[in-house]
Design a protein. Structure first.
Lengths: 223, 370
């Protein structure tokens, strides 16, 4: 169990880590400590219980290993999102269906462990603010997704998402399509909001959509 | 029905027409007048008339089958049973004195009907049926007490004369069928040869093209290494050698039973890069079509150049989006080796190169033509 690091009271973003692998927990702790501003790790443990009771229950974000007992822990994920928790699924699993299913169940975002070093901290920072965060592999899953129950993407949105998946560099994507990096961001985030707007409703999804409206990322007509 | 059966049926048709005509002429021109003249020799004359009627009906049915290019098939067995039953009935209906006379109309014609029915069947079946018929007649003679020498000689003469004709026709049919089978086999063999030749030529041309490509790529490199003008320690030489080796491997792997040759080859390229100390991130997304081998080769060549040019890191992705197959490599390969922009290959693939952010991004995209 981690000790809360009280740096300037409530302004410090905090996480609880649900992962059964000590090396992963240590790695995430180290990244959180090195983040600017630092992120407090309130608790860590091998089961979802650590995020429900004790210090972990207070954390802003749950960093959740989907592969707890060998099979994807969709039920535990649902319990967390139904309780209104912001969950970042951090998984060994790299297949598209698993990633998109997690979004449907109300996860804030989905990262593969290979993307951790670059994307986990920015993801936590975005999710704490209820802002969308789409790492490249998740973008690739959305770009290739043709399931009839899923959002309809424009040709441009699909192109930009695929390019983001391919390059892992918004600057390269911007350069290729002669867009600004901000516009690339807008395309990617809009798609994420489209995904929040389909399937089963969840408070986490509502928060994401509400924030997107406030930020002017989408307007009411776009919904 | 196989082609061989078809061909033999065609060849047999002329013979069958002749047979049917012979049998109808015998029934109408020989047996019927004999029967009319000899009706007095029958204990029950209607049996003789019914017998001729039945035989004519079978011969006419055969004529219809010949016209329709069909053989009797399994129907020959009930038909031959009817023929033999008729011969028994006629034998029993005749006065014993008439058994070797012209009024015994079925004696000559039953064998001819058997020839019609057993056209296309193994010769031994016809021989067996002819033998059974003669045995039946002999039994009838013996049963009637006509075992005197003169009667038996008369019966033997008739039997030999008529049956040898019938056997000769049956033999001719069997010989014709064997010739037809050989002709069919020869025709098929010729067709196979005719098909195999262009296939072999196409395969050969394909190999020639690949070897020409290799000669253009690998030979100058090997020659350079040999004469010292291309030192193996040089990074460029190593890169070219790795690319040439990848092509060689692809050529040797041709026809290899890999479900997704593009992904399999890509995995090999990644292995080579990793052995050179490059950290490669690989990711796949979406359902992908399997491109034809030459397209796979072109995509891998483009991606391979980027991957094998990498110094320390490379990101490789393989995606299926909207029926398109997209192979992308982002690496820290030196930017001076590539020309940013878009190129289109002859097979419809599109190569996009972007340089920036300290990285080189090569995307090769192919979609099947609609």
């Amino acid at each position: 169990m981690g000790t809360p690091e009280m740096i300037g009271a409530a302004m410090v973003p905090s996480v609880v880590i649900v992962d059964d692998h000590p090396a992963i927990v240590d790695g995430v702790r180290a990244w959180c400590a090195a983040a600017d501003p630092p992120i407090a790790v309130l608790a860590a443990g091998a089961s979802a219980g650590v995020a429900v009771a004790g210090a972990g229950a207070e954390a802003d974000v749950v960093v959740f290993d989907l592969q707890l007992d060998g099979s994807p822990a969709f039920r535990a994920l649902t319990t967390l999102t139904e309780a209104g928790r912001r969950v970042i699924v951090y998984s060994q699993h790299a297949d598209s269906e698993t990633a998109l299913r997690c979004l449907e169940l109300g996860a804030a975002t989905y990262l593969t462990k290979a993307e951790g070093p670059e994307h986990l901290i920015p993801a936590i920072q975005a999710v704490v603010d209820d802002r969308p965060y789409t790492p490249p592999v998740l973008g690739g899953a959305m770009a290739a997704d043709r399931h009839p129950d899923r959002p309809v993407l424009s040709e441009r949105e699909r192109e930009v998402l695929l390019a983001w998946f391919e390059s892992d560099s918004k600057q390269l994507v911007a350069q290729r399509f002669h867009l600004s990096a901000k516009t690339v961001d807008t395309y990617i985030n809009r798609v994420r909001i489209k995904y929040a707007d389909v399937g089963r409703p969840a408070t986490t999804k509502a928060a994401l959509v509400a924030r997107a409206l406030q930020d002017g990322l989408i307007d009411l007509e776009g919904l | 029905m196989s082609d061989a059966d078809d061909l033999s049926a065609q060849l047999l048709r002329g013979m069958r027409i002749a047979q049917t005509v012979i049998v109808l002429v015998i029934l109408a021109g020989l047996n019927t007048p004999n029967l009319v003249a000899g009706l007095g020799g029958y204990r029950a004359p209607w049996v003789g008339l019914a017998a001729i009627g039945t035989f004519v009906a079978i011969a006419v049915t055969d004529a219809v089958l010949v016209a329709r290019h069909r053989l009797w098939g399994r129907a020959r067995w009930p038909a031959v049973v009817v023929v033999l039953a008729v011969t028994v009935a006629v034998g029993l209906a005749l006065q014993p004195t008439e058994l070797t006379g012209p009024a015994h109309v079925t004696l000559g014609s039953a064998g001819w009907l058997a020839v019609l029915l057993f056209t296309g069947a193994p010769l031994r079946e016809l021989v067996a049926v002819l033998g059974v018929h003669l045995l039946i007649v002999l039994t009838l003679l013996v049963a009637a007490g006509r075992t005197d020498g003169l009667t038996l000689v008369a019966f033997g003469t008739t039997a030999v004369a008529v049956t040898s004709f019938q056997l000769a026709v049956g033999l001719a049919g069997a010989a014709l069928r064997s010739v037809a089978a050989q002709a069919t086999a020869a025709a098929q063999e010729r067709a196979r040869t005719v098909t195999a030749a262009p296939v072999a030529a196409a395969v050969h041309a394909d190999r020639e093209a690949r070897y020409a490509e290799l000669r253009a790529v690998a030979l100058p490199l090997l020659r350079g290494i040999g004469d010292g003008s291309r030192p193996p320690a040089d990074a460029d030489v190593q890169r070219e050698a790795a690319l040439g080796a990848a092509r060689l491997r692809r050529m040797f792997a041709e026809g290899g039973d890999v479900a997704d040759p593009l992904a399999a080859e890509l995995a090999t390229l990644i292995d080579i890069a990793e052995q050179r100390g490059v950290e490669v991130t690989y990711s796949e997304r979406g359902p992908r079509a399997i491109p034809p081998p030459d397209v796979c080769g072109a995509l891998l060549d483009e991606a391979g150049a980027g991957l094998l040019g990498a110094e320390r890191t490379a990101r490789v992705t393989l995606s299926g989006v909207d029926r398109a197959v997209v192979l992308s490599v982002v690496s820290d390969a030196a930017a001076d080796r590539v020309t940013p922009g878009e190129r289109h290959l002859a097979d419809g693939s599109r190569i996009t190169t972007v340089v920036g952010d300290g990285r080189t991004w090569v995307e090769a995209r192919w979609a099947p033509r609609r």
